[in-house]
Design a protein around this ligand. Sequence first.
Ligand SMILES: [Zn+2]
Length: 417
Amino acid sequence: MLVKTILNRVQKFKSFVYGNVKWIDTGEKPELDIELLARANSKAICSVCCQKASGYDRLPERRFEFIPMWGIKVYFRYAPRRVNCRHCGIHVEQLPWCKGKRRLTESYAWFLSGWAKRLSWKEVAEAFHTTWDHVFCSVEMAVNWGKENRDLTGIKAIGVDEIQWQRGHKYLTLVYQIDTDCRRLLWVGQNRTVKTLLKFFMWFGKARSDQLQHICSDMWKPYLKVIKKKAVNALHILDRFHIVAYLSKGIDKVRAEEVKSLQEKGLEPVLTQSRWLLLKKPENLNEKQAGKLAELVQYNLKTIRSYLLKEEFQQFWQYTSPYWAEQFLDKWCTKTMRSKIAPMKKVARMLKRHKPLLMNWFKAKGQFSSGIVEGFNNKAKLTTRKAYGFRTYYAAEIALYHTLGALPVPETTHKFF
Ligand SMILES: [Zn+2]
């Protein structure tokens, strides 16, 4: 079977035919050089208006990298024609295997971007002996195509979340669709200000915003403000995951302070290795850890009391009656306010302040479990942290859309990936 026969099966172009296939020994790595020719009598297509146009001249030959085969690099070789278009003037013809001045064929770019969903960009570059830039451009192409071709109809529920980006206090705002039948990243923006979320709603549009039925977010003030103004028909739910996170942060703070004061007093540092113990769900502790926790509970430490407050709060979500849930919340807040533990009091004050929003959880009947936003949050952090080798915001944004956006890919006759 000839290489040409295989190519005609997997990658056929309407107005072009494959010519000579040459084996090039470059010393280090062999290459396959495949000539492409315009079909006789076929007219070139203007790359601006996409219509047939009469020929003008021919440019020097260019090489376009195709998908490697058996560890052999594969190139298409073609001398593009220029057309004299009636509407647009003199332009290079449109090529079905490659857009603009790119050096990679579209098939190869889709191939690389497919692998970039499974491996880091660096790993993809290494595996296929290509550069990081080529992988990046391929993913960028896939993301742009996917964003242009995705379906944004019927979005009823969204979640607004933030992640820390790089070191220091830099944030990204992420908006997810969290409907049961479709969960994906919809939008990424820099910072977590009023302006950031306004940008999302501007892009999303009024008609779609009016159709929203549920929005989950945390208690971050700028978000609350914008959501109230822009999603007028939606029930706003405070995310369970974020509330648990606030409680955990409270414990962390109490613990750090207490470790310090115990050390100053020269007492045995009972708390030094207990951090994960206290943040884990009790049912996830192994026997040894449960033992240590039981031992810790004996000391009447602030840390332990905070831990017990947090555990007690879990009961809030179990209620089916909003009335009893509210009673519970009030009691819990009073108890916490009397605990004299400042970081926990801070959380209680915050929960009290946002009670109406907190109670919306029961109106939504627990439809939006903490797992959805939490799962996305973890994946998003992993995506930005993983050694993709990007330092710019733009590259991180592209990576997030690529891994979490559930973006569509074009239909092709042959699947290279
Ligand atoms: Zn034209």
